[in-house]
Design a protein around this ligand. Sequence first.
Ligand SMILES: Nc1ncnc2c1ncn2[C@@H]1O[C@H](COP(=O)(O)OP(=O)(O)O)[C@@H](O)[C@H]1O
Ligand SMILES: [Mg+2]
Length: 246
Amino acid sequence: MGSLKGKVATPRGIEGEKEWQMELFPECKAPDSKGMFITFEGGEGTGKSTQLKLLSDYLHSQQINNLATKEPGGTEIGLELRQLLVTGDKDKFDAVAEALLYYADRRVHLTTKVWPALNNGVWVLSDRFADSTVAYQYYGYDKRVDKRLLDELYQIAVGDFKPDLTIVLDMDPKTGLERSFKKALGMATKETRHESRELAFHENLRRGYLEMARQEPERFVVLDADKSIERLHIDIVQVVKERFKL
Ligand SMILES: Nc1ncnc2c1ncn2[C@@H]1O[C@H](COP(=O)(O)OP(=O)(O)O)[C@@H](O)[C@H]1O
Ligand SMILES: [Mg+2]
């Protein structure tokens, strides 16, 4: 490991930070890693978990080794954070505290699970990633977190790494929420902290995702999610085949 002496910490980070991250955290994604990182984004009940599982099965059928995971809660520590984040009163944190907790989960998830898998050539499919934090804590809330703070957190916790493909499942939030509440009826722990927010919040989320997708068209694909599970799966497989030349 290189010496930290002589490096200068600044509010924007630390000089020479890029090289450092690799030295201090050798579990970072290696630049020549062969694994692809695909994230699923979208509002509540749009079918992310359902479609991620189907894509994972499809990739396995194509002999592509892959790992299905989620945020928050893709690790043991993450599961504890998830309990804090997705259950209980919707106003129990302010948006900054909430963003920090999501980033704590993300950092553990990346360093202990996502990057090691990618470095081994395993593809990783994640049910939500950093775009969710921007959608919820920036676009969604009235008392939003400053976007510069979210960008800074991304730099600190994630660095230059980003998904190879982000699939946004887009639909009228009313339909998604109905699905989500129906699903929650059958669950022991009610993960409905965000679902309990007003409809305007969910409409902001949807607008936020569409805006992010417009800003980074090379990474995002937006799909109409208001169709049958089977039809949407076919669309997703087509996108993945095209993007990764399968
Ligand atoms: N295309 C679809 N049409 C109807 N119901 C769906 C569809 N996709 C998912 N569902 C159902 O809606 C609920 C929420 O789906 P889920 O995949 O958990 O969404 P998310 O992970 O985006 O919140 C589940 O009960 C699921 O079975
Ligand atoms: Mg889900």
